[in-house]
Write a protein that binds this ligand. Sequence first.
Ligand code: DO4
Ligand code: MG
Length: 278
Amino acid sequence: MKLYRTGNGQYVEHGGSYYRVPESSWDALVRQDDLQGFLVSIVDKNEPAGDFASARIQAPIENQEVWAAGVTYYRSRSARMEESKSAGGGDFYDRVYSAERPELFFKAMASRVAGPGEAVRIRSDAKWSVPEPELTLLINHRGQIVGCTIGNDMSSRDIEGENPLYLPQAKVYDRSCALGPCVLIGREPLPATTPIRLEIFRRDASVFSGATTLAELKRAPSTLVEYLFRDNRFSCGAFLMTGTGIVPPDSFTLASGDRIRIAINPIGTLENWVVQGA
Ligand code: DO4
Ligand code: MG
């Protein structure tokens, strides 16, 4: 069952049919005591809506904060160690990879998030930028995982590599985050075999493709959530990006006009184009 936020309101998809979710804001849905049960009752009691195809799909977020976990895949650990070598920062990434406490950082509020088909940005002062395709959890105000979506944690590798203390500037700026296209509802974790795929197109030619699976994710999603909610309240819930396991080679940087496609079955595909600067 998938939940969509659109310009016409919310829809739930089940068995290939789309049902309108009546009179409910996104925040109110995320606050539901039993979101899955609530959506099942809508599907059971209503006829499918015919107008989903004309609705513009938006990022599935209102007042949720977006947080991100880092260095949760071995590939990410190695890439950070390499990019920060000359700054002497490499050791920190190695240590956090195996430490009990995960790296968690604040990423965005809705105003900095792009939805499906919208532009994500490269910082105007960055020279080495990449997308980070990440399984992203939706967590309600009680700290329960209620579903998951696809996230793109856009990152400026040269800025973080110059000094790890620049992480917030490398990670948090306008349109540095994309979410969507929907939330796959369910409390159970996706199977370890779930693939995450990234493809980047430049003038319609594929310039990078890579894949990983959730088996490579070092930490259990529930552990990441437990740390995020420790001494933190999220009255509207939160998103938590679980880290990237795909990093393009060091010779690669994004450019204006590139198209980024991230696929996680069974959630779907999140596609965005890239702009640098204004
Ligand atoms: O430590 C820097 C951030 C790493 C990150 O965003 C990731 O591993 O996905
Ligand atoms: Mg990341």
